[in-house]
Design a protein. Structure first.
Length: 559
């Protein structure tokens, strides 16, 4: 073990001690020792008994150096690592936040992963804590996004523009060829690892043309495709085909493995040469199946039974349900959010600021609720016929109860109930907590069912079918949180919700004006679950939505 490796161990030990809030004198001494060790002669060549007398090295540090040289390990470091969540250690890679700020993030904000931290920054939560300001928060966002670009997996929204620009760029490189994007991006999956393209050119031609252009480095080659690293960070895979087989290969490459096998079994050994995808599916006895449905082969039978079923589109959304204002942790005023929604062609806005238990998000006290409702009444007079509905995103407390008394809850037009705290639950605890909240007569919508953050936090374990059954029994809609980091409820469970006649509500959970546009990502992922607009609550027009929430409240609460 060389000096640099030893110094790294001391440096990490010092940082982790600060993160845990341990003795600052000791952590400082290890940091100083790390600095000294890098400048010393090779410690592996110095007799053990002389190490303690070296400049910058004391008795405690010398014992640890000897332990490292003898065993290659440091027990005190291993012990503190075992007590530290992996995501907290990973935060040390993010520029702009040192150990003491990570201590605040972990212990006061209860955040344990970089993804959770990014989400909190984008909800303006970081700047609410001592030692963090607007500039620091933005620097942390920039650093995390740069860090994620080099990890190899991306949210759909993160690569959407890259995919479009890459397609245009390939068109300039291959102006005479057919080009299409395929793979997981074409299927609108929530997580993308590579961008796949199909070109009607031979492998050799593709390779020559690509390597003539800066920004691409060949990393894999076989008879079917070439894979390149790119200046956009995400890897690009280009498949080769002929003009005659372009449609067939475009369909097969934009299908999951299971779906592709089902299609190939239907077509047999023949190659199908057609001019469009509709003719291809017709030739094997099927109605056209859009790329977003090419996951589970069971969809083939379902589509044949529901020939007129058309999934929701972003343009079908008539109102913004679930957004936050600067009354809690949003960036914009309620009026600014309303005017932005109105400019999008929306008919209404549901303001759902955080409830009082969400102290980290400046949750609303009872006094603030009263003041906000008065303000909304004034805005509704000013903005009519556009309407702002009074809502709250009520924290689901540990026992499943909501955050206010019934006398406060009944003052809202509707309630979105969500879990935000104590997320490390087993399934039994999570289910009891959620079902108790669902059974509360004031709950209108169950917010982000599992609390997941894609690429960052898996969410607490739930039995989706039992949750959906409870929502069906209690007339509670289920949110499809459209934030690209959530997309929760998972689209794979929408089909069961539809079977149980449970409404889904595509909601942006927006914390600023730009976040309102996230409804698009909710619609894209909802298409994979074949959610029709009639079963999406935010597709209800103003009158239909107003009647719906009044009737629900009357049926469940009697008021």
């Amino acid at each position: 073990m060389d000096n640099y490796q030893i110094a790294d161990c001391f440096s990490l030990l010092s940082k982790l001690m600060d993160i845990h809030g341990e003795n600052s004198f000791k952590s400082k001494s290890y940091s100083t020792a790390a600095f000294s060790i890098e400048k010393l002669p090779p410690l592996s060549e110095i007799p053990f008994e002389k190490i303690a007398s070296l400049k910058g090295i004391g008795s405690s540090a010398s014992q640890k150096i000897i332990e490292l040289l003898q065993t290659g390990k440091l027990s005190s470091l291993e012990d503190i690592i075992s007590k530290t969540p992996e995501g907290i250690i990973e935060m040390l890679q993010i520029k702009g936040i040192g150990p003491k700020k990570i201590h605040t993030i972990w212990k006061e904000m209860e955040i344990e992963t970089i993804g959770e931290l990014l989400y909190a920054c984008k909800e303006n939560r970081l700047k609410l804590f001592k030692g963090f300001g607007e500039k620091t928060q933005q620097n942390v966002i920039d650093s995390i996004e740069f860090y994620f670009k080099n990890k190899g997996s991306y949210l759909y929204a993160q690569v959407e523009m890259i995919a479009s620009e890459m397609l245009q760029y390939l068109t300039t490189i291959f102006p005479a060829n057919k080009i299409d994007i395929t793979g997981s991006f074409k299927r609108q999956l929530e997580i993308i690892e590579k961008l796949d393209f199909l070109i009607d050119a031979d492998i050799h031609t593709i390779e020559l043309n690509m390597l003539r252009n800066q920004g691409f480095e060949l990393i894999e080659k076989n008879e079917n495709y070439l894979e390149f690293s790119s200046i956009a960070s995400i890897d690009v895979r280009i498949f080769s085909t002929s003009t005659e087989r372009f449609i067939e290969d475009a369909i097969l490459l934009s299908s999951s493995d299971d779906f592709r096998i089902a299609i190939e079994n239907l077509k047999g050994d023949r190659h199908i040469i057609v001019k469009n995808e509709e003719d291809y599916f017709s030739s094997i006895g099927l109605l056209p199946i859009p790329p977003y449905c090419r996951e589970n082969p069971n969809i083939i039978q379902k589509l044949s039974e529901k020939k007129t079923m058309k999934p929701v589109e972003a343009t079908d959304i008539k109102g913004i349900i679930h957004c936050h204002s600067n009354w809690s942790d949003g960036s914009n005023t309620i009026e600014e959010m309303a005017l932005a929604a109105k400019s999008m062609g929306m008919e209404y806005l549901v303001i759902s600021d955080h409830s009082k238990s969400a102290f980290y998000a400046q949750g609303l006290s009872e006094e603030k609720i009263y003041a906000q409702h008065q303000y909304i009444d004034e805005l509704n007079e000013k903005l009519a016929p556009f309407r702002i509905f009074k809502s709250i995103e009520s924290d689901i407390l540990n026992d499943g109860s909501l955050d206010y008394s019934d006398s406060i809850l009944k003052q809202f037009d509707l309630i979105i109930a969500s879990v935000h705290s104590n997320l490390k639950m087993n399934e039994e605890k999570a289910m009891n907590r959620l079902i108790n909240a669902i059974e509360n007569p004031y709950t209108t919508i169950l917010g982000h069912m599992t609390g997941r953050l894609l690429l960052s936090r898996p969410g607490y374990p739930v039995n989706h079918q039992k949750i959906i059954d409870a929502c069906a029994a209690n007339n509670v809609a289920i949110e499809l949180n459209a934030h690209p980091s959530r997309l929760d409820i998972d689209w794979r469970h929408i089909d069961y919700a539809l079977e149980k006649n449970v409404l889904i509500s595509i909601n942006p959970d927006a914390h600023n004006i730009n976040g309102l546009n996230d409804v698009k990502y909710g619609a894209l992922i909802a298409q994979k679950g074949m959610l029709p607009k009639e079963k999406n609550l935010s597709s209800f027009g103003l009158n239909e939505f107003t009647n719906y929430i009044h009737q629900i409240k009357k049926d469940k609460c009697g008021n």
